[in-house]
Design a protein around this ligand. Sequence first.
Ligand SMILES: CC(C)(COP(=O)(O)OP(=O)(O)OC[C@H]1O[C@@H](n2cnc3c(N)ncnc32)[C@H](O)[C@@H]1OP(=O)(O)O)[C@@H](O)C(=O)NCCC(=O)NCCS
Length: 169
Amino acid sequence: MPEEQEQSAVEIRPARSEDMDALLGIERQCFNVYFYDYYMLDRRQFECYLQDPECIFLVAVHTGRVVGDILGPVETWRDPPKAHIDSIGVLPEVQHQGIGTRLLRAFLNEVRRYGCTRVTLEVSTANATGLAFFMKHSFRKTRLLPDYYGRGLPGQLMTVELTSPYRAS
Ligand SMILES: CC(C)(COP(=O)(O)OP(=O)(O)OC[C@H]1O[C@@H](n2cnc3c(N)ncnc32)[C@H](O)[C@@H]1OP(=O)(O)O)[C@@H](O)C(=O)NCCC(=O)NCCS
């Protein structure tokens, strides 16, 4: 299938409690690396995100299967509000086909609705793919966070400014 058709076969929708097994599977497959040892989300944490009305939690569905997710809070108490991406993951077998991009764009569209002008995240400095992905999407490196993922495992704080007006995707 051509890449464009492949991407349009992906639906982005809010996460639901019945997605739990798929979400846990994505965590196991995406974050089972030494630099994310203390990072993998568990069932209880996913349940908290699902119940939090100020959290954006989206999944990518491909051929009827949940293959990716993105989640993070909107800090509505700030003026202007700011959002943070706590996690994004796409199953290895369907990575590099534009699904992560679809998830990220949908997340950014959602946070614009809240009036957010800035989105932040942390990524391991050892995660070359993650760094390349976020830089491609205009995130810039803002601060190095020593030992963020454990001793000797720094994190990179990254930020994107949302300057363009909201446009529905
Ligand atoms: C980061 C991640 C979500 C990207 O998802 P994806 O669906 O593969 O992303 P896309 O297909 O939209 O890729 C867009 C860009 O990401 C980067 N990228 C994606 N896969 C890559 C790979 N295997 N090697 C190098 N760069 C890669 C490239 O810059 C790519 O742009 P290109 O297609 O022009 O080369 C995915 O790799 C993933 O789940 N990684 C494991 C979890 C993780 O590290 N999450 C980020 C930290 S929370």
